[in-house]
Design a binder for this molecule. Sequence first.
Ligand code: BGP
Length: 464
Amino acid sequence: MKTDFMWGSATAAYQCEGAWQEGGKGLSNWDAFCHSEKNVVNPVTADVSCDHYHRYEEDIEMLAAGGQNAYRFSIAWSRVIPDGIGAVSEEGVAFYNRVIDCCLAHGVTPLVTLYHYDLPQTLFERGGWENRETCKAFEAYAKVCFDRFGDRVRYWATVNEPNYETQCCYAVGNYPPNVQDLGRRWCAMYHILLGSAMVVRAFREGGYQGSIGLVSDSYSIETLVDNDEYREAAVNAELFYNRCVNDTCVLGKMPQEFVDKIVADGCNRDYALPGDDDIFRAGTVDYLGVNAYARYLVKPYTTGETCLKASNTGKKSDRQEAVVKNWFEIDRDDSMPTNDWDMELYPKSLYNLLIRLRELYPETFFIITENGIGYKDVLEEDGTVHDPYRIEFQKGFAEWMLEAMKEGVDVRGYFVWSTMDLYSWINGYAKRYGLVYIDYENGNKRIPKDSYYWYRDFIESQEV
Ligand code: BGP
């Protein structure tokens, strides 16, 4: 096994912990949303989920027994600071101390995400990331985490997917606050990036050890036709999906072409204040975390209003769509395989993406912080779970990553999404990603899938 490379898997607090009202935890926006009448597509909650809060030891033990040497998880902000700002919950801190110590006892490197979609409800009610005050609160919370856990954590991630999160919150409208308004979306994304930069700056000023990065949903942007119009659509889509976030956190500047285009769309940018540029410059990351699931095939914009739609039902007929007025439209290649949630399965997209990211950001290193496939796995009567499709998917992506590394791309870790089955935002529990099956009906029993054993052997076969 290549010991200096992180081979692991990932989770996020809201999706797996459960114990939503235990241990002194405050409410998050996802607790509130899932209990509200707005939770209609798959009206379930993650109140219990796979109960990682009580079973983290078993989960980390299984992860380590599966040959993995790294675990990416997130801290629930409202567990550590129940009201978002102010008093620290010692019970919350003690929980994450136990998780970190358990990782270290098993030779597992923790990669800790500070914010993965679950915002304290108190802050959400004050405008969430549309309110600049949330950036300050985020910095204060991050400092608590650095002070309490920084002696043992060597890999931090500030935030998870500022682009995808705000797209769902403010464009698709299926995540809280369930809005469809691109202007508000760009405002929230700006503040998440600003908050992230403030946290990185605090990390540097505090002299903490280790590496700090930002986890970004990044896509290989491709076209089926090679001409000027298609190339322009690809340039626009890359700004829209990738570069608005990645340039900002890696190079310390939001791309001017992106800013010009959203201003041309009529977005008011009053939230961008003098002095912010200095914060972005002071807050550049050590590494870019890449969440890789699929590529985007794009074509030129033709007509119609902006419309972004996710596929959340698990019916093949429910397609994701994207028309971004004056930018691009989503294209599709119907000959490509997809899963039930209309995600195209194309492993080489990770190679294409990494080559492109290296071109744009030659000075940084990358960690594949998520890569996985959602599937309706079946528990057989004999207690086994056969998921050849997942093995094929993970193997394909991992091998294309290794290929990019052979060409010199600096990648230092690979995390399967997810360690075990857990709540999938909006999709509920039918969409499973885990290497370990959770039998939700039978006491949340943990059952390693075929892919768990495949991953163990795959890791083992990698060169030292
Ligand atoms: C990423 C998120 C994860 C995870 C994954 C799968 O965007 O960072 O939290 O959920 O996607 O997405 P979904 O559960 O929506 O299928």
